[in-house]
Design a protein around this ligand. Structure first.
Ligand code: PDD
Length: 288
């Protein structure tokens, strides 16, 4: 039976319960992280814990654990569940359980901490990967999407619109600019230049995105953090969506039209190779 970590205890999933007056349940008042685990090792865990701290600060919630405690719990939960296999680690903190429903909060509540670790098959991406489909939709989310909030209703509805249209992801447009996906960041390639929107308040700063930028930089591939207009998106040679669970998904169809030649592109092939090499290096215990 899968084990979870809930408020200081490891317990079987079916015995883990949260009171109904938890602010996460009633208001979506909390933050989360999804950390990929490759061959039993949490990937870029420091960066994920940094972003967790950023989200906590933004919603004025104190971090209930030290960095060392987080690492210890993450390692122990992996050991108890998936061992040396690949997995996805989910970490959530809510503002805790109220005595009486009230929008306002005070600092007296004890945050609710939940971690799960489930087996995961990461995509086996090769140059003959067929690639995914995306559609564009107006971004209906709030302004503060840099916070990795558990309040995901707009993301859920946008993703479902994509699913209903037979697509893998929705690319969100705000004021004529392509920002990111419903649960992923956006890259395009035009004339061999890689572009991704700059970090901004209305976008989540993805850990996968940052790693791709680092790898491009180290390997002298031209990558720019720059706004992408809706027109540029439609005119791109390549489009990729990136996240901890999808890694680098090449999008070959946008709004039922081919992206470039309608096949995965050469720049994607180069970058996915760099990404896989980097993963291998980390799994062999190399430096992150
Ligand atoms: N989501 N943008 C949004 C809105 C996201 O939800 C995610 C990830 C990303 C990519 O971030 P990262 O590279 O750090 O995974 C960008 C996770 C995977 C999820 O909600 O399941």
């Amino acid at each position: 039976m899968e084990q979870v970590y809930l408020n200081g205890e490891y317990k079987p999933l079916n015995e883990a319960c949260v009171p109904v007056l938890d602010r996460g349940f009633l208001f979506g008042d909390g933050v989360y992280e999804v950390i990929p685990v490759y061959s039993g090792k949490p990937f870029r865990v420091e960066q994920h814990l940094d972003r967790l701290q950023h989200s906590l600060d933004a919603i004025r919630l104190r971090n209930p654990m030290t960095r060392e405690q987080w690492i210890e719990v993450i390692d122990e939960l992996i050991r108890r569940n998936t061992g040396d296999a690949d997995a996805a680690l989910y970490l959530q903190i809510t503002r805790g359980v109220m005595e009486k429903r009230d929008h306002g909060f005070n600092d007296s509540l004890e945050p609710t901490v939940l971690l799960t670790c489930q087996p995961m098959n990461y995509p086996l991406q090769q140059s003959d990967t067929p690639g995914g489909c995306a559609i564009t939709l107006e971004d209906s989310r709030w302004q503060d999407c840099h916070i990795k909030s558990i309040n995901l209703l707009p993301n859920v509805l946008l993703r479902q619109q994509a699913v209903d249209a037979g697509a893998d992801e929705a690319i969100l447009i705000r004021d004529g600019r392509a920002i990111e996906g419903s649960a992923s960041n956006l890259f395009i390639v035009k004339d061999e230049v890689i572009k991704t929107p700059p970090r901004q308040r209305c976008m989540l700063g993805g850990i996968t995105r940052d790693l791709i930028l680092e790898l491009c930089n180290e390997n002298h591939l031209l990558a720019r953090e720059i706004d992408i207009s809706e027109d540029e998106l439609h005119d791109a040679d390549e489009i990729w969506m990136t996240s901890s669970t999808r890694e680098i998904l090449p999008i070959t169809t946008l709004n039922q039209h081919k992206v470039g030649k309608g096949l995965t592109g050469p720049v994607w092939a180069e970058v996915i190779r760099l990404y896989q090499d980097y993963k291998q290096q980390v799994m062999r215990g190399g430096d992150e």
